[in-house]
Ligand binder design. Sequence first.
Ligand code: ZN
Length: 624
Amino acid sequence: MTPREFAERVREQADIVRIISDYVALRKRGSNYLALCPFHQERTPSFAVHPVKQIFKCFGCGIGGDVFKFIMQIEGCSWWEAVRLVAEKMGIPIPSLASREGAEAHAAWRHRLLQITAWACEFFERCLYEPRGDVARAYLAARGVRPETIRRFRLGYAPESWTALTEYLLGRRVTREELERSGLVIRREDGSGYYDRFRHRLIFPIRDLQGRIVGFGGRALGSEEPKYLNSPETALYAKGRHLFGLFEAREAIRRAGYAVLVEGYFDWLTLFEHGIEHSVATLGTALTEEQVRLLRRYTERIVINFDADAAGRRAMVRNLEPALRGGLDVALLRLPEGDDPDSFVRRMGAEAYRERLSAATPYLDFLLDEALADVPLPPPPSAQARVLRVILPYVAGIPDAVERTASADRVADRLGMDAQVVREEVRRYRRALSGHSPSSPDGGGTPASGSSEQSGGRLPLVASSAREREGSPSHRVGTPEVTPSERLLLEILLHADASVRACVLAEMDPDDVRDLASERVFALVRELDPTQVSYTILAERLADDPFSLDLVERALVADVSGTSDELLDRARRSLRGLRRRRLERELVALQMEIERLRPDENDRLVRLLQRKQAVAAALVKNQM
Ligand SMILES: [Zn+2]
């Protein structure tokens, strides 16, 4: 057993209410227990413990987490000490030398898993060249991937069968338990056997930095959903801990002085084939802190280049935040509408792509371009305020003072505003952020220091919720507001059972939560398997984002009760509320745009009116 697995067991058996009541006097209220917070001075209780969700949260100072986090904070001890202490309190025997034995067992399993993964890779690769791989080879040929590239990166094919790989590995004397742990096969829910995770998919081996194959990505060749499927978390592979192609690209990245970040396998393959070898692929998810750290071993600069459509541009902006927070210098490359790196390089050639790369837009200008896209020049005051609100967190997050001021001036210039005003807004934003930061959510046991100098480059790009409650007008710029509908929807999503959750998610349009303060949390919940949404997983995935984690903690200690039907009903009402808000805003924006049109802009007027009609119709439909 690894320390982690042991901790998991302790967490399952421990009762957070009992543990915490050893330290503070808890009183039951609703579904929660309340107390005066032991971590800050207060007269009325704002410290809540949720017995079902097994987390605590202080609405005063913002601190929150699981039972281990509480013990770490109150005892001032390490995570492992906290695990042992809770185990003792619960009378759970601590395996002797759990950590060392655990580590040895873990290492042995990793070793074995590498072998199993290597066998699977051989199997997939062989299938590609057999008659049953015809369809996969035809697909690769149609996309123009050269045979030598296919060999070099060991692409493969997972046959259209439920048991092909299972049988192959059983033949290699892999046990059923190992099969299941490897993530390559899945146990049937009724316990009647196993089936292959990857079926009728093109297989891309994913390598670690030593070049070992640690997992696979599979692209559907038929109508299978999802289109892209990756290995699940195993002892070797974790989503967000690897970057596709980094092993192959490392040297080229060092030589070039920067990395190109693309979205898909084919973008990456095509660039590589055309001699642009310093690229890596994110595989569809937003960059994680760990991936940024990986990249930083080789470079301090990246150029992000995703699809040239609206979704691609949004994805680029999503990746911008973690990259900046990790201290990378970022530029963004916009391709002609309708292109992606793959199609562009094939159409225009490597030289044209290199030229585009060298002319990539610095991120600040990219954000300004995006925000000013439909704004007349010079921007009217309402647009100035709106754009500033979007840009401010980025500028305020720049660790270097000189660079920060230069960026503020650049923003002022583009917006036609007075430089002093923008500089002052940046200062105010930073002061507000650093003055009220809640305790560290990273589980590292050290409360976050409030000083902005110490947080340096890691200044969060979104404001902490402590400020949100405060609501002083002078702090309003740049503060994300969380609406009651958002809160309610999130509470239901996190409290309801998996079937309600799946139902709500199916009815939710990503547009409904776009640009909301809670957007990232909703995106994460949507991404997870509905049966897997737990505080532990959410906290892990949001470790780099105190604001979002805070939202999750608040939602988890909320009082949510009702039958499935009632919850679903409430969720739908919130969704309608969010949708209405979005549509109404769009309507206002459209109207403003129409009023600003010059008399000769007739085409644009027609387009805007059409759009306005569509939005109005959607609003009516939404109210029904
Ligand atoms: Zn507190």
